[in-house]
Write a protein that binds this ligand. Structure first.
Ligand code: SAH
Ligand code: SF4
Ligand code: F3S
Length: 470
């Protein structure tokens, strides 16, 4: 049994006292009116799940939420560091708040999340954005009420980053954004250190939540009407490593799947190196488990995969994909791909194209490589100009467009169970999603939002399906 390297504890009781104190201060400052918070989340679902916890704490601090930044007493951006583009957007949007703060000096502007765990970014915020009053990283979430209280009372700038990255804090209040679609983190952090990726540096060591806590949270969600639950982690397939029980991801999935109710269980992200046949069999035999497998391969070239430190090769990837295709009825595969990793040649890129053609993914998330400060790849020679990488990128998009259109047209005539997620603003039709994570538009009553329906696929328009309710 491996060594248990992290501790799971409840958040400190004193944080609840701080929530009460903030609520009292704001009641006086707002003369009985509810203070308003504007929260904007960048990045992945991990960040979305963190924001739901921050909102939970803010709610207990007496805040309501607004979508209008001009109305807010508290503005928070939960940031993402995964690519330069994500960071640039944050800098641009924070800069735009300068005049708002000048007009309303009493508002508190805060930044949190992955970007803030990078020292050079925190320094830049400190120097260039003096109107930002509170900054905290991903490891300080559990102290948010105290940080908020101190900022409000002292009026001084507060920067809190780089705390212990090996602990899990339970018992943080949650304000979920959705009423029938919800996120359920099962683990935090990442130990894989893919050579291009900043996540292990900003999210800390991989640590799994206690299975009993996860199962009881899942039960609560199902009981309160959640129909689509996504288990979250940077690499859910390594769930349970370092816990002092023998549980792994497949057995956790089985346990949750055995909970009674009408719901769909999704999960992301799966790392190919830890994707086992046991997991595929669990999905194939599941009662509620989605047939969507998001299995990022990043590159089709073994040479590049090695440089990326991904710990699998093309052959191993195809072996697991082919096993999944054979076992899982209605399997829908998606992937992440990086184009233009340092030193990648057009020949390497062609290997990526050939893998895309061989597997025939439903959809792809494709990115041009973005150097991240402090990662090994950022120090590698990167001779191919960005314009060239953009050309390759477009070539990949064209290939995938052709495959997605083909895959969608093959689905015409089939009958599928979908969850109605909302009403399409443009067409007035219902936006639905299949178990395989494909969007289907159907005419129907808005009252169906939040329900499962059986639909027949009648048309494929590029990669969006059209259907009718049966
Ligand atoms: N844990 C997940 C991915 C998290 S980041 C996994 O391993 O699959 C989401 C995606 O962003 C990655 O899969 C990768 O394709 C992309 N990405 C990460 N770092 C990047 C970088 N420096 N440049 C471009 N894309 C990157
Ligand atoms: Fe990043 Fe790799 Fe971890 Fe995914 S598995 S978060 S790509 S280091
Ligand atoms: Fe971005 Fe952090 Fe997620 S870097 S992708 S928000 S873990």
């Amino acid at each position: 049994m491996s060594e248990k390297i992290h501790m799971i504890e409840d958040i400190d009781e004193k944080q609840f006292e701080y929530m009460n104190l903030v609520s009292e201060i704001m009641e006086i400052r707002k003369r009985g009116e509810k203070p308003l918070a504007f929260i904007h989340t960048y990045g992945c679902q991990q960040n979305v799940a963190d924001s739901e916890r921050i909102k939970g704490m803010l709610e207990q601090c007496g805040y309501s939420f607004t979508d209008d930044v001009n109305q807010a007493d508290f503005i928070l951006f939960n940031t993402c560091a995964v690519r330069e583009h994500a960071e640039d957007r944050v800098f641009g949007n924070v800069g735009a708040l300068k005049s708002l703060k000048r007009r309303h000096p009493s508002i508190l502007i805060a930044l949190c999340g992955c970007m803030m765990e990078q020292e050079h970014i925190a320094n830049r915020i400190y120097k260039s954005f003096p109107f930002v009053g509170l900054v905290f990283g991903t490891h300080s979430l559990q102290n948010f009420p105290e940080l908020l209280y101190n900022s409000l009372v002292s009026g001084k700038r507060t920067f809190e980053i780089g705390n212990d990255d090996r602990k899990i804090y339970e018992g943080i209040p949650i304000h979920r954004d959705g009423t029938f679609k919800g996120w359920l983190p099962i683990m935090y952090g990442c130990d894989n250190f893919c050579s291009y990726c900043i996540v292990p540096y900003v999210r800390g060591r991989e640590r799994s939540r206690d299975p009993e806590v996860v199962i009881s949270e899942a039960k609560k969600m199902i009981k309160s009407g959640y129909k689509d639950i996504t288990l979250l982690g940077q690499n859910v397939n390594s769930y349970g490593k370092n816990l002092d029980t023998d549980i792994n991801f497949a057995s956790l999935l089985k346990k949750i799947d055995s909970i009674d109710g009408d719901y769909l269980l999704r999960f992301m992200t799966s790392h190919p190196k830890d994707c086992t046949k046991e997991l595929i069999d669990t999905i194939a035999q599941g009662k509620h488990i989605s047939t969507h497998l998001h299995l990022p391969f990043q590159s089709g070239s073994d040479r590049i995969l090695k440089l990326m430190n991904r710990k699998y090769d093309r052959e191993k990837y195809l072996e697991i994909v082919n096993y999944a295709k054979e076992k899982i009825h209605g399997l829908s595969l998606t992937s992440d791909i990086i184009v233009g990793f340092p030193g990648e040649t057009y020949e390497d890129f062609k290997e990526t194209i050939s893998l895309v053609r061989e597997v025939e993914f439903t959809s792809l998330f494709t990115f041009i490589y973005s150097p991240r400060v402090g990662t090994p790849a950022a120090k590698m020679d990167d001779p191919v100009p960005y314009e060239e990488k953009s050309k390759w990128f477009r070539e990949l998009l064209d290939v995938q467009e052709e495959i997605a259109a083909k895959r969608c047209s093959e689905m015409v005539g089939s009958n599928l169970r979908v969850l109605v997620e909302g009403v399409n603003e443009k067409t007035g039709e219902l936006n639905c999603r299949t178990s395989g994570n494909i969007v289907v538009e159907v005419p129907g009553s808005p009252e169906l939002v939040g329900d499962f329906c059986n639909v027949q696929i009648t048309k494929a328009r590029n990669w969006i399906l059209k259907g009718i309710i049966k």
